[in-house]
Design a protein around this ligand. Structure first.
Ligand code: HEC
Length: 174
């Protein structure tokens, strides 16, 4: 049997997206410390100390064109992002040569992968606490509310080889 023609592109897109997500460094744990140590002095929240009109501590500001008109960050495109060009530029590096500081190859790689994955400023979902769903109030009438009674009922019917029966509205006092 041949695969339907739509499948390969879907599978490819899924694997690319999965690869991207797995590859994306976490902003709070990995990216922010690099920017905070090396860039925020001159491209941070302090407008008085800010250089080239470039602010890197907030996503919306970081995506705006800087003084030269170049975009420091172009999400998804490290090769077009001035930030990445400057941290790897030997003639005109960032941080500036007179600071005597330089990003390590590992730090540059984290920034490159972060921009390639979309330059997200939020913590990675895996490190955020899951939000607690609001509990459904149990009804005092009947023997339980829908959220506990209905899955059990469907399971029982499936286990007996029958299809789950739709639950009529208003049953179980819900
Ligand atoms: C000591 C101050 C200082 C630090 C620290 C610093 N920069 Fe800069 N940055 C400047 C100055 C001054 C300019 C404007 C002159 C220039 O373009 O060289 C600039 C310009 C830039 C530009 C170009 C803006 C434009 O107008 O196109 C980028 C991108 C940039 N910095 C990124 C960074 C990054 C990323 C870091 C941290 C890795 C960093 N800078 C750290 C002072 C700093």
């Amino acid at each position: 049997m041949r695969l339907p023609a739509v499948l390969p592109p879907i599978l490819l897109a899924a694997s690319v997206l999965a690869g991207r997500a797995a590859d994306a460094p976490d902003f709070v744990r990995e990216v922010r410390p690099i920017l905070a140590t090396h860039c925020f002095n001159c491209h941070g929240f302090d407008a008085g100390a800010r250089k080239a009109g470039l602010r890197l501590d907030e996503r919306a500001a970081a995506l705006l064109p800087a003084k030269s008109g170049a975009h420091a960050i172009v999400p998804g495109h490290p090769e077009a992002s001035e930030l990445l060009l400057r941290v790897t530029d030997s003639a005109d590096p960032m941080p500036p040569a007179e600071t005597g500081k330089r990003l390590s190859a590992g730090e540059v790689d984290i920034l490159r992968r972060w921009i390639a994955a979309g330059a997200d400023y939020r913590p990675h979902w895996a490190f955020t606490a899951p939000a607690r769903p609001s509990p459904r109030s149990a009804t005092s009438a009947g023997f339980g509310n829908r959220s506990t009674a209905s899955p059990w009922r469907g399971w029982k019917r499936r286990a007996c080889g029958r299809r789950p029966r739709p639950i009529p509205p208003g049953s179980y006092g819900a």
